[in-house]
Design a protein around this ligand. Structure first.
Ligand code: ZN
Length: 65
């Protein structure tokens, strides 16, 4: 059982800007859409948390899934 948040640096698939994303790691698998902090485009995030606690974030175009 783990809880809390982690931060990951992601690259926006639209504008290419890197920024820090705060990830809720209480769920082992999540998909959600959040607007880019820089260009405000809707980014589809796929977040997976491995058993060892390693967080993997995929940022994709909204219609790319
Ligand atoms: Zn962007």
């Amino acid at each position: 059982m783990r809880f809390g948040t982690d931060s990951q640096v992601i690259d926006c698939p639209y504008c290419g800007e890197s920024y820090e994303l705060i990830v809720d790691v209480s769920e082992s698998e999540q998909r959600y859409i959040e607007d880019c902090y820089v260009c405000c485009a809707p980014i589809q995030f796929n977040v997976t948390v491995a058993l060892n606690g390693e967080v993997c974030v995929l940022a994709q175009h909204e219609n790319d899934c």
